[in-house]
Ligand binder design. Structure first.
Ligand code: WT7
Length: 667
């Protein structure tokens, strides 16, 4: 259970929106609109062939577009599975995101447009952002942060979050951002794994009108984090947050920023110096600290942002993700800002104060490019057309999707009702580990098909392998793999290089990156992503480990054993379902109360995002004779296929009978 082994389709969603059957029926095609194609950043198909002929030369050409203090000596060094890019090159990501634009017409252009959930707003020009980042860089230095030191960030979606991360980057201190929805325990474990010296937070954040108690969570977390020397607190809420500042350890952001110098030259970083660590769930209970480095990541996000979103200088770009996830790192902050784009950041929920909030924002700021997730799109579909129809969405010219497979119905709804039928839809496949988008249409070139992420981007060598590592011919399905490294690939798992090699490069061979995703390729070579094939769930676009939820459950004093599976869910993609056996003294309260207590326990241990949708108390868990939990049977039970009435799970014989039936059927 505890190793990173990938079990064949042990968690492949049996009924995700993209079933093979549905895809065979999908024959709609959308060519790039003529006008769009004419003005597109990329409109020449030849880029694919050019990149394939000489990937190193192709990536070197992309690298020429960013600023280097010193140019690289060597484009790539690949000792599988270890890779380095732009060796010997010196650059700084924050310099590329800020300083580089100050000598251009973009100096007074909006870099960040921010809207708070209560409706407050702030606009920071490139010059403003450069000043604030430089000042906060000096604050960090004043707190003793040096190049290479780790800084933890646990903040709501406010401009100071972007300022804090860019300040870390400016002085060469890798940040580790922890999504504000994670529990104090999850925050503690990440800080301890990264051995961060400083944590940056705020007194709270707004979420559906309520206050997220971020500082209180930090207090709880860092009581058990000996590496933390200081905590910086942004005042977002004020008195209502009711927080305590600990003398000597805690500092108000606004006080530290008072009177501090706005001059702080960007540190010249080696291309392979660490840029940030971002934790993501794997198939064990311990999250993986994905480490990204400087030069390759910068080149990856800078080029893909421009290609995929077809960014042009006056566009307003709105990515609805949270910066606590990789989407926000790469496509709210680093990719857009290194391109000199205007990136819109929204603090709150899409349904606050009403279900038209995103559309109100699109209208208010005349957003041109929107990037959101299938789970959000399916919610919008459920809420009805009255909400988008209240607003003028004609400023939009391109719309994107990320995080999970988008079912053709959701794609079509998005295309028609948000994109007005005129905007190309870019369904972008990638991962925390890939750093940047790898499979996506190029909107001025690619004819799209609803539900398909289409083709690997130029310079990306993807394939679909069968169980034995043979490439599956067009028309078939298998495991998505990448056969050559790209500049923004994660370099390691922080502090655990073995786990990195084992997780990503041992399934086939050390030069083949295993994604953990199942995919099918149609006759035209288009990729159709089918969901995870390992013990990882995708709930509303968030990666959650079944094992992590199981560990949280068995940590509860009354739980003997737990098995967790992802169940197909019409809005979330998947929902967490747990099967639990109680210790003999665990049945000390009514089952409904016990279930509620266990759900709360998981939310407290990991974060609300991991709270099981359903928990079944059962007399035993179905295991094979060799002791392996039969997850497929559990998924069938959860999705109502194996047995109609789950209340009979309490009967100790029922699970054994089901197991026998399933084992017989598998033979
Ligand atoms: C997993 C990565 C990439 C940023 C958000 C999630 C799934 C992501 C797609 C897509 C089908 C997708 C995959 C992948 N995924 N984008 N367009 N189509 N599946 O990052 O938390 O690292 O999760 O999300 O299963 O492996 P992440």
């Amino acid at each position: 259970m505890a190793d990173e082994k990938t079990t064949q389709s042990s968690n492949a969603p049996a009924n995700t929106p993209n079933t093979i059957e549905a895809l065979y029926l999908e024959d709609r095609r959308f060519a790039p609109p003529t006008e769009f194609r004419k003005n597109a950043v990329l409109s020449d198909e030849d880029i694919y062939a050019r990149a394939a002929r000489d990937p190193e030369a192709f990536w070197a050409e992309q690298a020429e577009k960013v600023h280097w203090f010193k140019k690289w000596d060597k484009v790539r060094e690949w000792n599988a599975p270890w890779v380095k890019w732009f060796l010997g090159g010196k650059t700084n990501v924050a310099y590329n995101c800020l300083d580089r634009h100050l000598s251009t017409d973009r100096r007074n252009k909006a870099a960040l447009i921010w809207e708070g959930e209560p409706g407050d707003e702030r606009v920071l020009t490139y010059n403003d952002l450069h000043r604030e980042v430089s000042k906060f860089s000096n604050v960090l230095k004043g707190l003793g942060v040096r190049k290479g030191d780790r800084v933890a960030i646990y903040m709501p979606m406010i401009p100071e979050l972007a300022i804090a991360m860019l300040a870390c980057t400016r002085i060469g201190a890798p940040h580790t951002i922890v999504f504000g929805g994670f529990s104090p325990e999850s925050l503690r474990d990440r800080i301890n794994d990264a051995q961060a010296n400083v944590v940056i937070t705020s007194d709270g954040g707004w979420r559906r009108g309520a206050i997220l108690p971020l500082k209180k969570n930090v207090d709880e977390a860092i009581a058990e984090c000996p590496s933390i020397k200081a905590c910086v607190v942004v005042e977002r809420i004020g008195a209502a947050a009711n927080i305590t500042m600990h003398e000597g350890r805690d500092h108000w952001w606004h006080e530290l920023m008072k009177g501090i110098s706005q001059v702080c030259p960007a540190e010249e970083m080696d291309s392979e110096d660490p840029l940030y660590i971002l934790y993501t769930s794997g198939t064990t209970a311990k999250p993986k600290g994905i480490l990204h480095t400087t030069g390759g990541y910068l080149v990856g996000v800078t080029s893909t942002f421009q290609w995929v979103f077809d960014y042009r200088d006056n566009d307003v770009y709105f990515c609805t993700a949270d910066i606590g996830w990789v989407t926000g790192h790469s496509y709210i902050v680093y990719g857009p800002l290194s391109n000199g784009a205007t990136s819109l950041m929204y603090e709150g929920s899409p349904d606050w104060p009403d279900k038209d909030r995103f559309w109100a924002i699109v209208e208010k700021y005349r957003v041109n490019i929107l990037y959101t997730a299938p789970t959000a799109i399916r919610s919008f579909m459920g809420w009805g057309l009255e909400y988008p129809r209240k607003h003028d969405l004609t400023s939009l010219r391109l719309i994107g999707s990320v995080g999970e497979p988008i079912n053709p119905e959701a794609w079509m709804w998005y295309h028609e009702h948000i994109g007005g039928g005129r905007c190309p839809v870019v369904d972008t496949w990638w991962q925390t580990e890939t750093g940047s988008i790898l499979i996506s249409p190029l909107p001025g070139i690619t004819t799209t098909k609803p539900g398909s992420a289409t083709r690997p981007l130029p310079g990306i060598e993807a394939d679909i392998f069968d169980e034995n590592g043979n490439s599956v011919p067009l028309g078939g399905g298998g495991y998505l793999v990448l056969k050559a490294p790209w500049p923004s690939i994660a370099r390691t798992i922080y502090g655990d290089a073995d786990r990195y090699a084992k997780t990503y490069f041992s399934r086939y061979s050390p030069d083949v990156y295993f994604t953990g995703d199942g995919a099918k390729r149609d006759k035209d070579g288009y990729y159709w992503l089918m969901g995870r094939v390992d013990d990882v769930m995708n709930v509303s676009g968030h990666r959650i480990s079944t094992t992590e939820v199981e560990s949280a459950l068995v940590n509860h004093p009354s739980v003997a054993e737990a098995a967790v599976v992802g169940k197909a869910h019409s809005i979330k993609g998947q929902a967490v379902v747990a099967f639990v056996t109680l210790k003999s003294d665990g049945a000390n309260m009514a089952p409904a109360e016990k279930i509620a207590e266990l759900k709360k326990h998981v939310a407290n241990k990991i974060g609300a995002l991991a709270r099981p949708e359903e928990i079944y108390l059962t007399a035993e868990l179905p295991k094979t004779r060799s002791g392996k939990i039969m997850r497929r049977l559990l998924r069938d039970i959860a999705e109502g296929r194996a047995m109609g009435d789950t209340t009979t799970l309490a009967d100790p014989g029922v699970v054994a009978r089901l197991r026998d039936k399933y084992e017989a059927a598998e033979q």
